[in-house]
Design a protein around this ligand. Structure first.
Ligand code: SF4
Length: 378
């Protein structure tokens, strides 16, 4: 069976105000130490996989800001992946890029290295909202980077957006969506802003320096997102993801189908061989373990059948087409109704899930209350 590879690059130019991801400042950061450690981890992981199990059909280089590394460093990472794993011809290879950290030359290097999908962290279109998020770029810079990626030959580009930013109005959100649609991205991911504990933004909200977006306004923005993008030809295929036909993100579909993946780099998570494990979250901890000749794992657990079934249901429900009921029965030898009779009856009674075409899926109402539905299966 093939796997997906996730590679975490932990460097960013500066920390965004809402960020709870594992990232450290690029300036003064141990980039060459990280590169050597990552290579070592790849070698150790590849050696642990039987040769027949080293097939990879998607690679996702995320972060952090992968594109704050040089084009040659990123190409070097991919070269090592190609030499250690059996990367399928036509594999989807994504690199996350932040506006202002790519130019025509770097993008060409990435293209020549085999990257065929760029995910651009645009997040917002107005200066004051980008400032609240602590982003470094302006919208014109984001547009420039997007067009440079097109010019370099990328025909599969995602744009990441955030809504529900303090002070953002419904009208501003519509304007932003129109600007983004004008760029004609192949894929759009849009998430409601999460105020994570310990971030600068959550502190500002707690101290009253910023008012959080009211819940009903955020729900309205989500409803409008779906309406506007689907009216403009995007397929809404996952709770927060939209694509032109044929451009669904294959790497992320692997997560939602609960299929195996291997994460490399600090804080990367894996789900492989009936186990889930996570790497050391801090860069020093990650480097230390590899320097000592150890795998950089910080915790791991066996995935029992109960856990695998529950994850398969709530991840499958994230897909707009829903969970393949017959596929579930074939995979686990039990029907979803047999395993979750009470939960499904209750959610159907509340009109949060429904059955259609051999699938169990969220209703329109369920889509607005997704987290409450998923929690039933955890
Ligand atoms: S660019 Fe992404 S990973 Fe880096 S600080 Fe900002 S949100 Fe966090």
């Amino acid at each position: 069976m093939s796997i997906g590879l996730y590679i975490h690059v932990p460097f960013c130019i500066r920390k965004c105000s809402y960020c709870s991801f594992a990232s450290v400042p690029l300036e003064g950061g141990p980039v060459s130490g990280y590169m050597s450690a990552l290579e070592r981890e790849m070698e150790m992981r590849a050696a642990l996989l039987p040769p027949g199990d080293r097939s990879v059909d998607s690679i996702y280089i995320g972060g952090g800001t992968p594109t704050c590394l040089s084009g040659d460093d990123l190409a070097g990472i991919l070269e090592r992946v190609f030499s250690l794993f059996n990367v399928a011809g036509g594999a989807e290879i994504t690199v996350e890029a932040n506006p202002g950290t790519v130019d025509g030359e770097k993008l060409k290097i990435l293209k020549n290295a085999g990257v065929n999908r760029i995910s651009m962290g645009v997040q917002a279109c107005r200066r004051e909202l980008l400032n609240i998020l602590g982003r470094l770029h302006s919208y014109p810079e984001a547009e420039k980077s997007f067009l440079e990626a097109r010019h370099a030959g990328f025909d599969n580009i995602n744009v990441d957006l955030i809504f529900g930013i303090p002070g953002q109005s419904s009208r501003q959100w519509h304007e932003c969506l129109e600007k983004i649609i004008d760029l004609e991205p192949d894929h759009i991911s849009a998430y409601g802003l999460q105020l994570e504990e310990g971030t600068a933004l959550s502190r500002m909200v707690r101290e009253g320096a910023l008012n959080p977006c009211p819940e009903d306004l955020e729900a309205e923005m989500y409803r409008d997102l779906i309406e506007i993008l689907t009216a403009r030809g995007y397929v809404h295929y996952e709770v927060s993801n939209f694509a032109v036909p044929g451009r669904f993100c294959r790497h992320n579909l692997r997560y939602w189908h609960n299929r195996p993946y291997l994460g490399l780099g600090p804080a990367a998570h894996s789900c492989l061989g009936g186990r889930r494990f996570a790497n050391e979250p801090s860069l020093p901890g990650y480097l230390e373990k590899l320097a000592a000749g150890l795998l950089p794992v910080s915790w791991q657990e066996e995935i029992g059948p109960e856990t695998e079934m529950s994850e398969t249901v709530f991840l499958g429900l994230r897909l707009i087409e829903g969970l393949d009921v017959e596929g579930f029965r074939k995979r686990f030898g039990r029907s979803v109704d047999e395993v979750y009779p009470g939960e499904i009856d209750r959610l159907s009674g509340l009109k949060l899930v429904e059955r259609a075409d051999g699938r169990l899926r969220l209703t329109r109402r369920g889509l607005m209350l997704g987290n409450a539905v998923f929690a039933e299966f955890v």
